[in-house]
Design a binder for this molecule. Structure first.
Ligand SMILES: C[S@@+](CC[C@H](N)C(=O)[O-])C[C@H]1O[C@@H](n2cnc3c(N)ncnc32)[C@H](O)[C@@H]1O
Length: 380
C-alpha cells in the first residue's frame, strides 16, 4: 500500500535529498490530514492501541486522588491548573471529572492535544469552554486558598501547551514515546553516523543511508552510550527533552508528571532497534517503521537519561508503585464491597465496581502497564 504521506515524503526527498528520521516521523504521525494522529487515530478500545486511561475508569480515579494530594500539598490554591498534554480524545479528563476530586471547585483542566481531529472528539464528551476562561486576566492574582465551592471545574482544550506560568500540574501519559526522534548508528573508529531516509533510485520503497552525525548529537551519544559497538543504533530524543524544558517552565509551583515506557540510552544501544521502535495498527504490532507512512502508530521507548540531562526527576518509580502510593488498593477494595452489596441487582454500577479488580490487574501488571515509569519533577 502506498499512502499519501509516502508520496509527500518521497517528493520532499526528491527536492531536498534524504530526510532525517524525525522529519519523516513528523509527517507520518502529525500531517494534519493524512498523519496517523492528524487524521484522528489513537488510543481506545476500538482504536489502535490501549493506554492506561483506556483500560477503564480506575486509572483516572487514582489520578484524581493524586491531584487532591498535590493540591493539598500546595495549600489548596484556586485556581489549581492541571495541564494534561497528549489528552487524546479526552478519556483521562472525563474520568478525572467523573471521580469528583475534592479539588474540583478550584480546578482548571487544560487538555492539550496536537491533533485537531482528536480535539473535536474531546468536545463531544466534555464541557469544553472558551480557552480564555482558563487564563482570565488577573488570574495569577487570585492564587490563594480555595474558598468553599469555587468556580471550577473549568475545562478548556488547546492545540499546544500554554506558556503562562501556573500553579498546578503538567501531566503527560504516553506523550514522549510519540515525539519525533533522530536515529544514530555507531560507525567505524568510534564515530557516530546519522540514519537518513532516501529513495531506491528515484522511487519508493524508502531506503536508509547514513551520513556523519552532527557535533551535538555525537557528544550526547558519546556521553550516554560510550560502549556502543559498531552498528549499534540509538535514538536522540531532542523533542522530548525540549518538551520537558517547556513543561518545567510553565509550572510556577507544583509538578510535572510523566508516565511512559522507557529505559536508558545505553540499554537501547545494546538492543536491536526493532525492539524499541514499535508500530501499532488496530491493536496489533504494525509493519516496519517506514511502511505505509501515516497508517500506523510509530513509537519509541523513552530514553529516560536524556530527560535527566535536562533535570533529573525528584521521584522515579514504576506505575504499579505510583498507583499504590495514590490508593489504587483502596479503590479496588471499595469496588469489591460495592459489588458484593449490589451483585443481586446486577446494574451498571455493580458491574463497574466489579471491573475495578480486572482493571487494577492490567494497570499494575509488572509485565505490562505496571512496569511503565512515572517521573516527577517538583517545582520549586
Ligand atoms: C499515545 S497517544 C496518548 C493519548 C493519551 N494520553 C492516552 O494515554 O490515552 C499520544 C497523543 O499525543 C498527542 N501529541 C503528540 N505530540 C503532542 C504535543 N506536542 N502536544 C500535545 N499533544 C501531542 C498525539 O496527537 C496523540 O494523541
Amino acid at each position: 500500500m502506498v499512502t499519501p504521506v509516502d508520496l509527500e515524503v518521497a517528493a520532499q526527498i526528491r527536492r531536498r535529498g534524504p530526510l532525517r528520521f524525525d522529519e519523516v516521523m513528523e509527517r507520518a504521525l502529525y500531517d494534519p490530514v493524512d498523519g496517523f494522529f492528524g487524521g484522528g487515530s489513537g488510543a481506545g478500545r476500538r482504536a489502535d492501541f490501549l493506554t492506561s486511561p483506556e483500560v477503564g475508569p480506575l486509572f483516572a480515579a487514582v489520578i484524581a486522588r493524586a491531584l487532591d494530594g498535590w493540591w493539598a500539598e500546595l495549600g489548596r490554591p484556586d485556581p489549581f491548573t492541571v495541564i494534561e498534554v497528549a489528552a487524546g480524545s479526552g478519556s483521562l479528563a472525563q474520568g478525572v471529572l467523573a471521580a469528583e476530586p475534592e479539588c474540583l471547585g478550584a480546578l482548571t483542566y487544560v487538555l492539550v492535544e496536537r491533533s485537531a481531529a482528536l480535539r473535536d472528539q474531546q468536545r463531544s464528551r466534555l464541557p469544553v469552554a472558551d480557552a480564555t476562561l482558563a487564563f482570565p486576566p488577573g488570574a495569577e492574582d487570585v492564587d490563594g486558598p480555595s474558598t468553599e465551592g469555587g468556580l471550577g471545574p473549568r475545562v478548556v482544550s488547546l492545540g499546544e501547551m500554554p506558556t503562562l506560568p501556573v500553579t498546578g500540574v503538567v501531566l503527560a501519559n504516553e506523550l514522549l514515546d510519540n515525539l519525533v526522534f533522530r536515529l544514530l548508528e555507531r560507525g567505524p573508529d568510534d564515530s557516530w553516523l546519522e540514519v537518513r531516509v532516501g529513495l531506491t533510485g528515484d522511487d519508493l520503497p524508502f531506503t536508509e543511508l547514513t551520513v556523519p552525525a552532527d557535533e551535538a548529537d555525537t557528544r550526547l551519544a558519546d556521553r550516554l552510550a560510550p560502549e556502543a559497538p559498531e552498528g549499534a543504533r540509538l535514538p536522540i530524543q531532542r523533542a522530548a527533552a525540549d518538551w520537558l524544558v517547556r513543561a518545567l517552565a510553565v509550572v510556577e509551583r507544583g509538578r510535572v508528571v510523566v508516565l511512559d515506557y522507557g529505559t536508558d540510552t545505553a540499554d537501547l544501544a545494546a538492543r536491536p532497534p526493532g525492539e524499541w521502535i514499535r508500530t501499532y495498527r488496530e491493536h496489533r504490532r504494525g509493519g516496519p517503521p517506514l511502511d505505509a507512512l501515516g497508517s500506523q502508530d510509530l513509537t519509541v521507548e523513552v530514553a529516560l537519561d536524556q530527560l535527566s540531562v535536562v533535570r533529573p526527576p525528584g521521584v522515579h518509580r514504576s506505575q504499579a508503585e505510583f498507583l499504590a502510593a495514590h490508593g489504587i488498593d483502596e479503590l479496588v477494595a471499595e469496588g469489591r464491597r460495592a459489588w458484593q452489596e449490589r451483585a443481586h441487582v446486577g446494574d451498571l454500577e455493580a458491574i463497574r465496581a466489579r471491573s475495578r479488580v480486572g482493571e487494577a490487574e492490567a494497570l499494575t501488571d509488572p509485565a505490562g502497564l505496571g512496569a511503565f515509569h512515572v517521573l516527577e519533577w517538583r517545582i520549586p
